[in-house]
Design a protein around this ligand. Structure first.
Ligand code: HH2
Length: 271
């Protein structure tokens, strides 16, 4: 029985200022072309985001997010069965996205952004990703602080899962994500989280890992590495996630990740 491999969630940004895309997929036709390419490369899930969560990024109005996302979701839905996730903190955007055909709400605020977030997630009956973040996107990287980062992230996510269930979200639909880079020191916090992912998977929820092109890779590269030069480190982190049993990895480079996971899985099958 070969080891299960994580599903591959391909990132489609529909924002003008996402940190690693530089706005290349902002125009709707380009975003659809990018989505098609990721599907062809083997993405199991597409994560569509219309508001950058980059440190210091400006907020986007819900209407603008909806206007960017809904036509794209409808177009993808019209030609593919791929699972569609929407990366938004706003319940009204999640609602519009699910109505257009998304089936997963990826919320980097773990349903804390709006008072009706958790109730909306329950009502939409979609899968929900609860991501850990310390602080808020604008200021989260200023001075992240933990006494025990692994324990605090695990306990914080467990509490958010409880809150979601108390609001009516079904346990089977809840995913957890340690939120690498979201109020985390590049190495002092992200690395222990990567090393102890099994502490998170032990909670019994599927875990999503987003390490792709994040800046801890730059910090570990002896030569330094800009956002477009982090494929090797992104693959290394995805494989660490696979070994720890994460359910999905959120990545920019779908083809390379699918290949790396196939090799990992084939080696595991020989054990
Ligand atoms: N990382 C980013 C955005 N959304 N969602 C989850 N669940 N986990 C993550 O690690 C995560 C996320 C990164 O921020 P952004 O500025 O949007 O860059 P990109 O979309 O290019 O990764």
């Amino acid at each position: 029985m070969p080891a299960a491999r994580p599903r591959v969630m391909g990132i489609v940004n529909v924002t003008p200022d996402s940190f690693s895309d530089g706005g290349r997929h902002m125009d709707p036709a380009a975003a659809l072309a990018h989505a098609r390419r990721l599907i062809a490369e083997g993405a199991d899930i597409l994560d569509l985001g219309a508001e950058s969560t980059r440190p210091g990024a400006e907020p986007v109005a819900a209407e603008l997010e909806i206007a960017r996302l809904v036509p794209l979701i409808a177009a993808i839905r019209g030609e593919s069965q791929v699972l569609i996730s929407v990366d938004t903190m706003k319940p009204q955007v999640a609602r519009a996205a699910v109505a257009a055909g998304a089936s997963m709400w990826n919320d980097v605020t773990a349903l804390t952004f709006a008072p009706d977030s958790a109730a909306t997630a329950a009502e939409l009956r979609c899968e929900v990703v609860l991501m850990h973040m310390q602080g808020e996107p604008r200021s989260m990287q200023a001075a992240p602080r933990y006494d025990d980062v692994v324990g605090e992230v695990r306990d914080g996510l467990a509490a958010r899962a409880q809150a979601a269930m108390a609001a009516g979200v079904v346990r089977q639909r809840i995913w957890l994500d340690p939120g690498l880079g979201f109020g985390k020191h590049r190495t002092r916090h992200n690395l222990p989280l990567l090393a102890h992912l099994d502490d998170l998977t032990a909670l019994g929820f599927p875990v999503l890992l987003g390490a792709s092109r994040k800046s801890f890779i730059d910090a570990l590269d002896p030569r330094g590495a800009g956002p477009h030069d982090r494929l090797g480190g992104s693959l290394a982190a995805a494989l660490a996630g696979a070994a720890a049993g994460v359910a999905a990895v959120r990545v920019h480079d779908v083809r390379e990740t699918v290949q790396a996971l196939a090799v990992w899985q084939a080696i595991e099958a020989e054990k």
